[in-house]
Design a protein around this ligand. Structure first.
Ligand SMILES: Cc1ncc(COP(=O)(O)O)c(C=O)c1O
Length: 422
């Protein structure tokens, strides 16, 4: 007989991704349904939970069973809560009135209005690049950019912790894929040194701020290696834009190598608080992407209200008036509080704080209990990270007060002690 905990350990996400011998295509969905109904698999209690109010430091949640309660929000990627900035909302509403909720066409047909072009120009200027392209989805940005520029003749070298959308883009491109252990520059050089001379299309791709660890890619070293081994560099700074760097221009600014990055990719859905993604680069590269990035060419353009709101977001970002330094001070406060209590937080340098738990069973219970006590955090385990490296993932938001952070931190510490984590 299995104990409840052993049962949980024996039911794994990956058990359900393949059709078993003799099964109909959809039988795996019934197997998942059975497991979820049985209640054996913990950690899914929050599936079906909804927010009843706009994003704020305290948000009203409705749980799956209908129970409504307030939580302190430590789980949003909208670090600056700029989506709710008065002027941003005003610009969004004005675009909504003028263009409606959707564009009705892909960008290369009639899906683009003056706001899309203005936004692209703003993003290009923000990076000091010649041009930029805006995609309707962040995920689709990585998939589109990589699969447009790389093919079977080329090689792509990835940090092991790169985002799933980067890996999916690499797969779709058909290029040879190499992976170096997270932030291991020696290993990266070993890979580069062994690339045959006749493979001349070479691209190193890295997250700028790593989404699960919060650390910043060693772009100084990556630039040096790329120059030595004649590689191009793509940085996905989804979690860096507006948050890190001297003026919030992200990870490349942090290392002062902004002009050495060939493809400045980022997401409009996190720090900028909207939706979509972008790539800023040389004019002819952007032109090429407009024709060959299939997630751009074959996908309806970003709705105008979002493009309109994002123009105002970039007005704030370009003058560093979005609250970045306040955000970083509050992140430091929370980091120190949790670290002093004995938690392991890894090497975070951004507004993401990973709180290592190392035990999936404890993680799921903690998640549930914290939420019920009024603290909303995200959890991360397989397939995003290895199970033994599972963690709580706190995201600090600028609008949280020190009192709220203190209160939430005390609860996390109390639970950490109860569970024997600290
Ligand atoms: C590093 C990174 N790249 C890309 C994406 C995809 O962005 P979006 O959620 O806007 O599709 C994410 C989102 O989780 C991310 O963390």
């Amino acid at each position: 007989m299995y104990t409840q905990d052993e049962k949980v350990l024996n039911i794994k996400f990956e058990n359900f991704v393949q059709t078993q011998k003799g099964e109909d295509l959809f039988d795996k969905t019934l197997r998942v349904d059975d497991v979820l109904k049985s209640g054996i698999l913990t950690g899914n209690e929050a599936l079906g939970m909804v927010c009843l109010e706009r994003l704020n430091s305290v948000v009203k949640l409705k749980e799956k069973d209908g129970f409504c309660h307030d939580v302190i929000m430590l789980g949003t990627n909208s670090y600056l809560n700029i989506a709710n900035n008065k002027n941003v909302v005003k610009k969004g509403i004005s675009a909504l009135k003028k263009f409606g909720i959707g564009m009705g066409a892909v960008s290369n047909y009639a899906g683009v209005c003056n706001l899309h072009r203005e936004l692209e120009e703003k993003i290009a200027n923000f990076y000091g690049c010649e041009d930029a392209i805006v995609f309707p989805s962040g995920y689709g940005t990585n998939v589109g950019v990589i699969s447009a520029l790389c093919s079977c003749e080329d090689i792509i070298i990835n940090d092991s912790a790169n985002h799933a959308s980067i890996y999916d883009g690499c797969q779709l491109s058909g290029a040879k894929i190499k992976v170096y252990p997270h932030q291991n520059m020696k290993y990266l050089e070993r890979i580069l040194d062994r690339i045959p001379d006749d493979i001349t299309g070479r691209l190193i791709i890295t997250d700028g701020v790593f989404s699960m660890d919060g650390d910043i890619a060693r772009l100084d070293k990556i630039v040096e290696l790329a120059q030595k081994y004649k590689c191009r560099i793509m940085v996905d700074d989804a979690h860096g834009i507006g948050v890190v760097g001297k003026t919030g221009r992200g990870s490349a600014e942090f290392y002062n190598v902004g002009d050495k990055i060939d493809l400045n990719v980022g997401m409009l859905s996190k720090g900028p608080g909207g939706l979509g993604g972008y790539c800023a680069a040389k004019r002819e590269i952007i032109q090429y992407l407009r024709l060959y990035a299939r997630t751009y060419f074959f996908s309806t353009a970003l709705p105008a209200p979002i493009a309109g709101g994002l123009i105002e977001v970039f007005n704030l970002l370009e003058h560093d008036r979005a609250g970045r330094s306040e955000l970083m001070k509050k992140t430091k406060f929370m980091k120190e509080k949790l670290q002093n209590a004995g938690f392991t937080l890894g090497n975070t340098q951004s507004a993401i704080i990973p709180v290592m738990i190392y035990d999936e069973r404890k993680l799921f219970r903690l998640y549930q209990e914290l939420r019920m006590q009024g603290v909303y955090v995200n959890i991360v385990t397989y397939p995003a990270v290895r199970r033994k490296e599972c963690r709580l993932r706190l995201c600090i938001m600028k609008d949280l007060s020190y009192r709220q952070l203190d209160w939430a931190g005390d609860i996390i510490i109390q639970k950490g002690r109860e569970y024997g984590i600290i």
